[in-house]
Each structure stands twice: as structure tokens, then as C-alpha cells.
Design a protein around this ligand. Sequence first.
Ligand code: ATP
Length: 443
Amino acid sequence: MPETVMDKLVSLAKRRGFVFQSSEIYGGLGSVWDYGPLGVELKKNIKERWWRSMVHEREDIEGLDAAILMHPKVWEASGHIAGFTDPLVDCKQCKNRFRADDPRIKGTPGQPDAQCPVCGTKGSLTVARQFNLMFKTFMGPVEEAAAVVYLRPETAQGIYVNYLNVLQSSRQKIPFGIAQIGKAFRNEITPGNFIFRTREFEQMEMQFFVKPGTEGEWFEFWRGERMKWLQGLGIRAEKLRWHQHGKDELAHYAKDAYDIEYEFPFGWHEFEGIHNRSDFDLSNHQRQSGKKLEYLDPATNERFLPYVVETSAGADRTALVVLCDAYREEEVEGEKRVVLQIKPSLAPLKAAVFPLVNKDGMPELARRIYDDLRGAFNVFYDDGGSIGRRYRRQDEAGTPFGITVDGQSTQDQTVTVRDRDTLKQDRVAAGQLAAYLKEKLAG
Ligand code: ATP
């Protein structure tokens, strides 16, 4: 079988230290992944950019970091215990389990004509049963029903149960929002496509609390803002599109929902959602907890339960979008090169410093430059192999600038800076490098 783009990306991600399979030496853990030295930088850059634009640059949004474990009643109120399920079918023959809507299943599960997509047996598939996607565990020393807690399947609920705490302590007024980045867990049945669908992942969610009746305008506002932000990541506009949920697709909490989809090598799929959740969550928490969650409008003395517009993105899926969008195979001077054209400000390493050869004072000057830049930028030092090979390694890592110290450098204290994408080389005074990089990395 020819290697697909995804195969190549997964192998590059491992080779260069972006993403490794979890517990690989034990054969891996299904659909759980670890971020290596470059991957952790990329994901951190995405999260920091999101935080800057959603929290620091806005007067009307506050940050939060709620715990993963929450009172189990939260998940009753949110509807996750009853409704966060996927319909599943089992094959009685080979014991594999599938989502009932798995496109590989031929026929109707439970009927004699239905065929198992793995072992091919006819009539071996059970009728669909509902399977809850939440991970369950126990809190305290005893494993009994009373001690059951869940690993949160979304970060949003931590925001709802803290909405009054944040409102009162920050002295915000409605409309205002709460933003949070954190882990979420789902016992997905058909995970896959690398870090697209995993059982442990990170979400970047923002809940915007508004006066009922104004949610339509805010929904449109946040759709616009989120698309602008994604385009600011340097993602090609033609690879992004909207998908509005039909009635049959809407989640149990949503009145209206739009996904932002990206054209991955395996097709168009969602990686961010904008949802109108109405007062579904707050009214359920108010009922379940018995605590008043109403807002008192200081201007009009009106009391109301706010409506919520949510923007919900996966940090891992967004990282996958950035990687897929950046991946290129090119011919350069008759040689093939693989390059990740990641927007420079998101790139894990901003520059690599190379002495052309390991003598004549070049390594000393290169190290000095490296030490100088390290305080402000994540830079890399490489003196191994031919300069061409060192450039190629950085191309694959997505490093936007290659700084080479050559024979001339030791004479006049200038270096060459090679641009990853245009391959053009500038000669820059060593003392000006920090300012040069700062300008190129803006935006
Ligand atoms: P899907 O239909 O793909 O299961 P969803 O509609 O259930 O996703 P939401 O509940 O709206 O997703 O979650 C918001 C975001 O969280 C998604 O757009 C995605 O980026 C991320 N996300 C959800 N589930 C996963 C997962 N299993 N692995 C990685 N990211 C996920």
C-alpha cells in the first residue's frame, strides 16, 4: 500500500519529536498520544495564542482553571449521564465493537443480513445499545456506587458551576465570558486518525453569558471572531468551511450549532464548534443544586438566567490542522525536501544556529549567538553533518530561520539567515539578530 499523507505525517511527528504513541514500549495505549519536545511547543503556542486573544485582549472575558474531577451531580444536571452516549453494536463472532453508524457496516445491525466489517460474518451483529462515553472512577478508599466520579468529558461544566463566583469576584456585568483550557476525556469507540479523535485531549472553551434575546447577535459575533482567529493561524482559507448542524445532529444542549471544518487528508471534519446552549446548563444546575443562579441586572433590576454562546475548540485537533496545513513536499535544487510551513510565531523552534564548519572560530561565535538569542526565543544549536542536512532537519521541524556562521562572520560579525519558505538568505549583523527575528515573528 502506498504511504498516505497521514502515514507520512505520523512518521514525521515521531521522527522529529512532535507526537509519540503513549506507553509505546508496552505496545501503546489505544488512541492516547504524548507530545514530544517539538509537539509540546507547538501546542503551547496555539494555547497561548488562544488565551491572549480570548482573555488578555478582551475586557469582557475572564480566565478559569477548574478541576477535572467534579461533583457527580454536575453530570446528571448537564445531561451527560443520561445522554452522552453513542449507539454501539457488538460482533458476537469476533467480539469487535462498532458505532452503529459505522459506514463500514453493511445492512441493519441485529438483522440476519448485517455483516461484520472486520470478520465478515453475516448476522453476527447485535442490535444497537447505548454506551456512555464518560470515564468512571472512584473517589476515596472504597469502590462503591456512592464514590463514583467521572473524568470530565468537556471543560464547559467547570465554567457553569463557577459562573457566579467569577462574576462576583471579577465585578463583570453581563454580557461577559469565561475562558478555560484543560483536559477532557471521552471513552470514544471508534477513535483514530492520529490526534484527531483521542480518549484524552485538551479543549479551549469559552462560554459567553448574555441576556436572553441577544444570543442570536452574539452567536454571529463569535462565529466571525473565531473564523478570523483561525485564519490568523495561517491556515489556508480554502481548507476551512462552516457546517451548520441539522436538527438530527444537534447535541442535547444546543439550540443552534455551527462547526468549523478543515479539509484533512482524510476528509472534511470538525475541529471547532460554536454553540447556542440557551439557558440549558444554568437552568439544570439551578434545579439540581437548589442554588439560585440568576443574574440581577444592576441597571434595570431585572432578574434572569443568562443564555450561553459557547466556542469550543480542541487544542489537539487544532494542532493537527496546523500540521496538516503546513506539510509540503517540494523539489529544491533537484532534491526532495519535506517542510512544515508553520506560521513562524507558532513554530516550535524559531531559529537554528549553525557553525558552517567546526573550526576557525566559527563554533565559538555560533555558540555566543545561540546563548544570546536563547533568552528571548526558543532556538536550537546544531553542528552535526553537512549544512544542507542541517537545513533539511530544520525544514522538517518547521523552524522558520537558519542562522549560519561562516568564514566571513568571524571577520565582520555578520551571519546569513536562511528563510525556510523562500530559501532566500539575508546577511545580518550578529548584534541585530534579535531585532530581526522579533520583526519576522510578529503576527
Ligand atoms: P465529534 O463529533 O468529532 O465527536 P463533538 O461534536 O462531540 O466532536 P464537541 O463536544 O463539540 O465535539 O467538542 C468540541 C471540540 O473538542 C471538537 O471540535 C474537537 O476539536 C474537540 N474534541 C472533541 N472530542 C474529541 C476527541 N475525542 N479527541 C480530540 N478532540 C476532541
